[in-house]
Design a protein around this ligand. Sequence first.
Ligand SMILES: Cc1cc2nc3c(=O)[nH]c(=O)nc-3n(C[C@H](O)[C@H](O)[C@H](O)COP(=O)(O)OP(=O)(O)OC[C@H]3O[C@@H](n4cnc5c(N)ncnc54)[C@H](O)[C@@H]3O)c2cc1C
Length: 288
Amino acid sequence: MLKNVTEYYYPGSLAEASELHDRESRSFFISGGTALALSDSTRPVELIDISRLGLNKLKLDRASGNLKIGATTKIQRIVESEAARSVLGGFLSESLEEIGSYPVRNAGTLGGSLVRPFPWSDVIPILSVLETEVTYFHEGDKKTREFSKLYESDFRSTLNRSIITELSISLPEKGNAAAKFIKFSRSEFDVAALNLACRLTVEDGNISEARLSIGARPMTGERIEKVENDLVGEKLTGNLAKEAAIFAADVTDLGGNDKLSKEYREQLVKKMTEEAIVDIKREVANES
Ligand SMILES: Cc1cc2nc3c(=O)[nH]c(=O)nc-3n(C[C@H](O)[C@H](O)[C@H](O)COP(=O)(O)OP(=O)(O)OC[C@H]3O[C@@H](n4cnc5c(N)ncnc54)[C@H](O)[C@@H]3O)c2cc1C
């Protein structure tokens, strides 16, 4: 818990929130407060509460084929929403339900999990395999950025000074697409010791698009593009799943920590990649 909060603001607008943040003091935006509560810093801080700015809309825009999620939307609300269930046969809601416990999901927001993500974050691999765009407020303007470019080093300082306002997830337009999220943890409520998300689109019998993202490596989640590139153009078979799994274990940058050794993670990457692809194959076959 932050031990020295000197001021707590409720700004009335994004512009006001941003101005408060720009001042010399050490200040943080606060939404659900679940991640900030983990800090035990004694340094003085000011908190700028953005939870009353109306950034909690959750809407499926069928015309544009996008699911729009306001940044301060509670994770549990997304899990329970009909609109979210329409993303890839329930992939989004089912995978977000793997996050922490009900109280954490009921207080924590989607936007709050993005700016300073934990390396074991489940949200990063989940959103990485979807077509996700992030809208943020910076220096008086709203701008958008692809989720896959959110953590590029030259964007870091902009991200740290921005208010994330909305996420937009495009629903797949063509082909048969399916996705799978797998989390390995030591107990039901523990954070991931390794997590993996995969999405494949099959058109005319071959994979036309592939996304694979692995987190808690123990480093923050990232896409494994070498595997993605290898999958595109191939027929979705059990044998391909096996080959991709071996390749993923070989090319993914993994390490060891107090939860798991590097060697254990390699075995898990192999097993989880194969399982994800085989499950997707089954789902795609049922759709066609
Ligand atoms: C006990 C526990 C278990 C957890 N388990 C998991 C798990 O299994 N898997 C997983 O993926 N995550 C897990 N989490 C992380 C959880 O999902 C995040 O703590 C939560 O989503 C953060 O949202 P918040 O609104 O509470 O953020 P806050 O605590 O309010 O803010 C977090 C950070 O983001 C900044 N911020 C917040 N909102 C915005 C915004 N809109 N724009 C810009 N900056 C913003 C804040 O300044 C702060 O730096 C766990 C957390 C806890 C406490």
